[in-house]
Structures are given as C-alpha cells and as structure tokens.
Ligand binder design. Structure first.
Ligand code: GDP
Ligand code: MG
Length: 718
C-alpha cells in the first residue's frame, strides 16, 4: 500500500510554481503547450460537480446542466492580507467568433458566489458565448471557450482544476444532438490527451464501472494508469452486499492506477434540500459505518482526496515545469520564424510596393552575382549549381563551338587532291573515319537540357533531334553540283554555285544552333524561376508575378530565336562574302599544301642538297582535266570560305543572339524584374499581384497573437 503525504502543506512547498502555471493558462499558453493541469472528468451525473463542490466549498449548480456546457477552470490562490475575492473571466477558444469581446469580459462582484449570483453570472456567460438559453433557439449547446474562476483569499489552498462537460451516451431531443455528443467527447478527450493532465476520473460506485464510458477513454489515453486518479462517488447508494466489490476496486485489486482510487460520499439530491446538513460531517459519519470503516484514511473522503491531489499536482508540475519552459522558448522561436517566412505585411499599396521592390532587388542581386561569378556571396550557389548561370553559359558556348566544328559539315573536306585518280572519294572518306576512330553509328543530340513547362510554345518551332557524322564523297557531290549549274565559263565557275553549295554544306547548322538556343533559353528560364524562388518566398506572389511577366519573358526569348534564325538565313542563304584576309590565307595554304603534297612525291632524297625535285617533274605535273581542276578549285574555295563563315557564325550567335538577348544586353529577360516595373503597377495590379489572401492574413494574425502570448509567458517564467 502506498502511503500518501501526512501533512498536505508539506507538499505545497512551491505555491509560486503552481501560481506561474495558472498565469500561463491565463495568457492562453495552454492552447499551444501542454501545461500541467488537473481535469475532472466523468459521465453525466457521475458526481463531478458534487466532488468539486466538496473540494472547493463553492456552490456549483448541480443537475441544472448550467455548469457543464463549457470547461470551467477554477483556480484557488492563497493571498495573505486580503479579503476573499472571486474573479471570473473567459479564455476564448481557438474558434471563437468574438475573441476580443470574450477576452474583455470580467466579473468581479462575486464575493460570496452565492448560488443566485452564480446562476446569474452563468446566464450572462451563456449569452456571451452564444449558447442556447431556451429549448427552442438554434444556438449551440456546447462551447470551446473556457470560463476561468479565480478565487483568492488568505484561507485558500492552492489548487487549480478544470471542470469539463460530462460525457453522455444518449442524446436528449431538443437539447443535445449527436453532434453535441461527439463534440463534448472530443473536447473532453482533448483535455485528457494532454500528457501533463492529471485526470480526476469520477465514477459512481453504485454502477458497474464497465458501463462508464469515461473508463474506456481514460484507458485509451493513459493505458498504464500513470495519471488517472479514480474517484468513486455515491458509496451510500451501493446495494447491500455489493460493497466488497467497491472495496476491492479501491484497494487497487481490479483496475490498477498508480495514483490510486478514493471514495467520496457526497450529498444526495434530497439531502441537499436540507440546508442544515453539513457535507463533511455526513461523509465522516458514513466513513465510520461498515464495511467502509475498514478502509485506510487516505482512501476515503474529500480531505484525503484533497491532500492526494495537492501532492500529485505539485509533483506533476515540478516534473513538467523545466520542459514547459524549454517548449515555450522553442515554440516562440518557431512562431517568429514562421512569421518571418510570411514576409512583410502586404495590406496597403505602400506595403505591397515595398514588398515587391524587395523582391526585385533580391532578384537583381542574385542575377548580378550569378553573372559576375560571385558565387561565394550566396550559399545558394553551392546548394544548387544550376544557379551558376555564367558558368553554365560559358560551358554551353564551348560545346556549341565544338559541335559546329565537328558536326556542322555535311561533307567532310578532302585531304587529298581530286587528281589522285587511284583513290576514290569513298576510300578517302573511309580512311579518314578509321583514322579518327569514329564509329558510324555515332550521333549527337542537339538538346541537352530537360524541358521546363511554360516554354513549349516558344521552343516549339525549333528543329530538334540528333545529327549524324558528316559523310564523304565531297568531290563527286561538288562535281554534280557543278555540272548542273555550269554555263559557258572557261576555267572558272558560276558565282552562284558557291552560295548553293554553301547552303547545302551548312545544312546541319540549324539543328545544332536550334539545340543550342533551346538550351540557352531553358537555362535562362530555369535560372529565373530559381532566382525568383529565392527572392520571393511567397508562392502566391511568385505565381502572380510569373503569370504577369510570362508573356514578356517569352517575347524576349522569341527575340533571341529570331536573331538566331536571322543569322542562319544570312549565313546560309545570303551572298557568300567576307572581307577577312583569312579566306585568302586559307586558300593559299590549301593550294600550297596540295602542290607540295604532289611535288613531294617526286622528291629525290638521295641528294646532297636535301630534298630535290627535278624541274621537269615540277612543270609536268598538270595532267588534270579542266573539269576536275575546277571542281578542285571549288572545293578549296568552299573549304576556306566555310571555315571563315562558321567561325563568324558561331561568334555572332554567341554574341548577338545569346549574350545580347539573354544575358547582358539592355533587354534581357532578367531585366524585366525591375523596380521600374513595380513603379508602374496600378493600385489594382498591386493588390492583385501582391495582396494577401484571407488565409494568410488570418495566419499572420494568429502567429502575432501567439507570439504575444508566448512573450508574456516568458516574462512570467523568467
Ligand atoms: P455531474 O453531472 O457529474 O456534475 O453530477 P452531479 O454532481 O451534478 O451529481 C449528480 C447527482 O448525483 C446529484 O443529484 C447529486 O446530488 C448526486 N450525488 C452525487 N454524489 C453523490 C453521492 O456521493 N451520494 C449520493 N447519494 N448522491 C450523490
Ligand atoms: Mg455537473
């Protein structure tokens, strides 16, 4: 058998602690943090109010149904040197319609709290909470608001207890509905689920405890019985002969609870009418009758209950207090972080403008850092390498240039001259392929980025797919072209032939270039989305900004594509032209090389003057036909011109299409996100783009209130 404290005041060593917890409840902290508390729970008419009255000596209205429609927190405080005073206030529930009105309500003129003034105050509270007063109104029967009664006086013991509505199984037509039943169950369960609640579980002794719903609920939330304190009422109504069963229960033989069971004998309905009867005396008389007189003093009576409660409650509070302190600090920090994430308030046009200007300026900062490769300035560049825009662009530029060099040709240029009749073009081609060890199946995918939604329309017109390696047979192809276009020229060729074959030779340029510009636009757009994510954490504003700007962004992407197509047209279909001396240098070199390679074969190396060619051999090497000679010439000119044109083209694409239109020019997509844009928004546009939605406003208001409450709590604690 556990022995409980002999002197209740021993266990009351820390009223200041309990006082602090009560104050925490008063500033709503119970809503956010599990505070240690004592709740009285039980089925309807189990005797909760009677037990409370026994404990508190307050006249709780019994059987009137008045006190049980909302939770009531009753706080007793010992305050020396003042008259006993009673203050009633309301702690609004989380879903109250009129929280400030409830908060402001206060009743102080309740000195005695006589039954009549109690009833009067209760009906006032009912009206205030919007509860039904008559049978016929359509107001709700139960409320989540909490009535708080604070009783201060020199003779009060420190005790704080919450009385919740009784659980009921059967609804009463016109009074309680199925919804009420569920709501009460939910509300009571809420109080019980708090792991720091001590549950004073009231069960009448004259019924089978198995029929009491509250027992199931208590087992559910506290399976080990660590925080359930059982109270058995109505022992005087137990059938003769059934007493032993009750005694077994109290002696922990039936349902083990660490906090144990206590029997309390309250006054019955009829006894109550007799104002002469003293509750405590009646209980004491009853205790002395058999078989109750066999029970230990600590297992019977309201006094035993009170001292065990004070012990339990203090121990519970001591244990929980350090954790509560930590939790309050943590929760406060969480709320402040959450409020921070919501960003600045955006109710007025000025606030909206300020907010958007902030977004634009962060966006521009990130863009500037990304383009100046100032990656160390922001951790995000390490977290997401895709933000490193400048590097990505430079890498892709290099890739583009290499691809154009390696894959841009339709026909590879020949290494040897056309007059080398012993070898066919095909052979030459085969050889060059095997030399470079290029397998025939090789293909190049021109697009490297994964598509981003929203760009489909713009990128749709671009050629896509793969290019295969350039094929051989350049001489026969040129010869064919020449034959199909020649006129009466002698030893020369029609000027337009060069532009025809140039166009064919560069047939793969569009697909490679389109792949490149596709990637550049995708990368730029991807960057914009990520940068905006960082600059504007609010999803809705971000979304609104994006939909407002998307068309303009797409226009800028289109400008880049148009420039690409323009350059393709100029290079491939315009007049072949260059002022670059590099053309002639190339041509000269090419002819020189060809001449040397022919001559070289005739060189004699057994001579004392180094390599020597006989004069006759030099002059007699021209036995090529006119036609072949011309084809050879065309080949060489095309080769020289192609090289100049390809380099010019690659540079122009990189500078004019990409750099100017997408990266650093005056009208890049990134520059759309400017303070200027915000300055031009009308009031309506501001509201539409940056206004706060109702849910956000509510969220912000709630967080503010919570922060305020928690800050008050912190002051109480430290
Ligand atoms: P609540 O609905 O749980 O608050 O129950 P009440 O405290 O209002 O009690 C319901 C009825 O049971 C009242 O008429 C009380 O007088 C009566 N009652 C409560 N406890 C006892 C008890 O120990 N003995 C007797 N005889 N009646 C009791
Ligand atoms: Mg009651």
């Amino acid at each position: 058998m556990v022995t409980h404290g002999k002197n209740s005041h021993d266990s009351l060593a820390d009223p200041a602690l309990l006082d602090k917890i009560d104050k925490l409840f008063a500033c709503n902290v119970g809503e956010y943090i599990n505070l240690p508390q004592l709740v009285v729970v039980g089925d309807q008419s189990s005797g909760k109010s009677s037990v409370l009255e026994g404990l508190t000596k307050l006249a709780f209205p019994r059987d009137s149904g008045l006190c049980t429609r909302f939770a009531t927190q009753i706080i007793f405080r010992r305050v020396e040197g003042v008259d006993r005073s009673i203050t009633a206030t309301i702690i609004p529930g989380p879903n109250a319609d009129n929280p400030s009105e409830l908060q402001e309500w206060k009743a102080t003129d309740l000195q005695a709290l006589s039954p009549s003034s109690f009833v009067e105050m209760m009906s006032e509270v009912h009206t205030l909470m919007g509860l039904s007063v008559t049978k016929d109104d359509t107001m709700p029967t139960f409320s989540e608001n909490v009535l708080r009664l604070e009783i201060c006086g020199p003779d009060e013991d420190h005790l704080s207890v919450i009385d919740v509505p009784g659980i009921f199984r059967n609804t009463t037509p016109g009074v309680t509905t199925k919804e009420d039943k569920d709501m009460v169950r939910r509300m009571v369960l809420d109080y019980m689920e708090n792991p720091r609640s001590i549950m004073l579980t009231v069960v009448p002794a004259n019924v089978d405890i198995a029929t009491q719903e509250i027992i199931d609920m208590a087992r559910e939330v506290d399976p080990e019985g660590r925080r359930t304190l059982g109270v058995l009422t109505k022992p005087d109504l137990v059938d003769k002969g059934a007493e032993n069963k009750v005694i077994d229960l109290v002696e922990d033989k039936e349902m083990r609870l660490k906090l144990g069971w206590i029997i309390v004998r309250n006054l019955g309905q009829i006894e109550l009418q007799d104002l002469e009867i003293d509750r405590d005396a009646a209980e004491e008389r009853f205790r002395l009758t058999a078989p109750w007189n066999t029970l230990g003093r600590d297992r019977f009576g309201i006094k035993a209950l009170k001292s065990r409660l004070q012990e339990t409650v203090t121990a519970n509070a001591r244990e929980a207090f350090p954790l509560v302190r930590v939790e309050i600090g943590k929760r406060l920090k969480d709320c402040q972080d959450k409020l921070q994430v919501l960003g600045a308030e955006r109710e007025t046009s000025e606030q909206q403008t300020r907010y958007l200007l902030g977004v634009m300026s962060s966006f521009q900062d990130i863009t500037r850092q990304a383009l100046s490769t100032n990656y160390s300035s922001n951790d995000q560049f390490d977290i997401d390498l895709n933000l490193r825009l400048a590097t990505k662009i430079v890498n892709r530029n290099g890739e583009f240039s290499n691809e154009m060099d390696e894959w841009g040709l339709k026909y590879s240029f020949a290494q040897d001259g056309y007059d080398d009749s012993s070898r066919s073009d095909a052979e030459i081609d085969d050889e060059s392929e095997s030399e470079d060890e290029i397998p025939r199946v090789r293909q190049l995918n021109t697009r490297k980025t994964t598509p981003i939604p929203g760009l489909e329309d713009v990128l749709h017109g671009l050629e896509e797919g793969a290019v295969s390696p350039s094929c051989g047979g350049i001489y026969s192809w040129i010869e064919n072209q020449y034959r199909q276009s020649r006129g009466f020229e002698i030893g020369t060729f029609n000027f337009t032939l060069l532009s025809t074959i140039m166009k064919q030779q560069s047939a793969k340029w569009p697909i490679i270039t389109h792949g490149y510009i596709n990637d550049m636009i995708t990368m730029t757009h991807g960057f914009i989305l990520k940068a905006l994510n960082l600059a504007c954490p609010n999803l809705r504003v971000r979304h609104n900004l994006m939909s407002f700007l998307l068309d303009r962004l797409l226009d800028r992407y289109k400008d880049a594509i148009n420039k690409v197509n323009y350059l393709l047209l100029v290079e491939r279909s315009g007049t072949p032209m260059t002022l670059n001396h590099y053309l002639n240098d190339n041509l000269e070199k090419c002819r020189q090389k060809r001449f040397t390679s022919v001559i070289e074969k005739k060189a004699l190396s057994d001579c004392t003057h180094g390599k020597v060619v006989r004069f006759d051999d030099m002059t007699h090497q021209h036995h090529m036909s006119n036609e072949k000679h011309t084809v050879q010439d065309i080949h060489d000119i095309l080769q020289s011109y192609y090289k100049v044109a390809r380099k010019r083209f690659v540079d122009s694409i990189c500078m004019q299409a990409v750099d100017y239109h997408l990266v650093t020019g005056p009208k890049t997509p990134m520059s759309l996100f400017s303070p200027h844009l915000v300055g031009n928004f009308s009031k309506e546009q501001l509201e539409e783009i940056a206004g706060e939605e109702g849910a956000l406003k509510r969220n912000r208001r709630q967080l503010r209130k919570e922060i305020q409450d928690l800050q008050k709590a912190k002051k109480i604690l430290f």
